[in-house]
Design a protein around this ligand. Sequence first.
Ligand code: TRP
Length: 452
Amino acid sequence: MAQTSRDSFKSQFGIIAAAAGSAVGLGNIWRFPYVNAENGGGAFLIIYILAVIFIGLPVMLSELSIGRSAQSNAFGSFRKLAPKTLWPLIGFIGILAAFIILSFYSTVAGWTLEYLYLSLKGNLMQQSSSELVLTFEKFTSSIYRPIFWQILIMLLTALIVVGGIQKGIEKFSKLLMPVLLILICIICVRSISLPNAIRGLEFLFNPDFSKITLHSILLAIGQAAFSLSIGMGALITYGSYIRRNESLIPIASWTASIDTMVAILSSIMVFPALFAFGLSLNAGPGLVFISLPSVFQSIPGGNIIAIIFFILLAIAALTSTISVLEVVVAFLIDEIKLNRLLATVCATFAISIIGIFCTLSFGPLKNFTIFGLTIFELMNYISANVFLTFGALLIVLFTGWKFGIKKFVEEISIGYSSKKIIPLTIGFIIKYFAPIAIGTVAIAALFIHGLT
Ligand code: TRP
């Protein structure tokens, strides 16, 4: 059963830093602000926070418990816990999801490198808001540059994954996460003091519930799953490296809190700038790349801050891409018996090919659409709102009805000395509330709304 030779995280702080390293990424800083802006600001924020507490946290705990009790990868864990059933298919869906996520994620991660390069050259500092829009559009619609940066990010990811990541990731994340938080706070302070900032903050914190539809609730659940790195087995893999004496509840709660805080702070960084510089709320995927340089321009020494910010954004993206690639690599090693090097090369190559199509969908493939969405938009949309949402649904169904709430509650009660009622409540949420809530919203929203 449990192999004593299996790698494990050294400390609770290390686990939280690594899990937060996976969670905090482009999903918080790039994706959250524009999804939030497009779906009504404050009201969306409230739905998002509810989704994190009542769906995100229980699913995180499910994944961590599955991984820790099975001591195996995303596919192998289900095979061990439910042999000769169809449940291991969840692992396959997770692997497919990893392909889809990494392909568009690496496009955006590549953009951060271009913006790092532009800020190193000092280029971003002289441009007006409308010039910044043009710069973004011109760069993303070209062919070679964005592909070059995308491949570079994939190679960096592969380089870390090939070396084995436990020590690397744990150390790297412990150092990086605090620095990232401090820097975000500095930019927030500046952003709040911009003229008209208050209008951005009002937009963020004044809920207008007439904007909330079934579809926006689905988007909030999808965004929560994406941001917390749940629904595809990344946390099952990490869970398998957690020692049996660690308590899972504080690990999941800290990770979810840090992740949510960074998402909110990112909106506070971005929204005031939109109103201060008259930028459009509908800037979509370009939002961060267009509005933040405007904030940097108005800070003394802003160019230095821009450089540090884009370095950190690239690294935050990297601690996330690693955790996605590792799901595929761990699967290839355990199940197909490839060695780590070959597994990494194959996974990186295959994902990069799909990724190139995502990148080109801003330029030459702009008019190639499926269900009215470009390849990038389709991958971006279905990863969170179809794959991760349904993945999360299947994971809670597995935990509640196959693995069993009794075993689950035991697993999350290990090392947890506070009131017994908390693990029991989480168990109840997983067995009854989460499947009904996720299932109804996901199916109804897709049914009513289709893909767009
Ligand atoms: N959570 C990361 C972000 O917000 C992205 C990510 C990393 C992810 N690993 C994942 C998303 C696993 C879903 C599943 O940027």
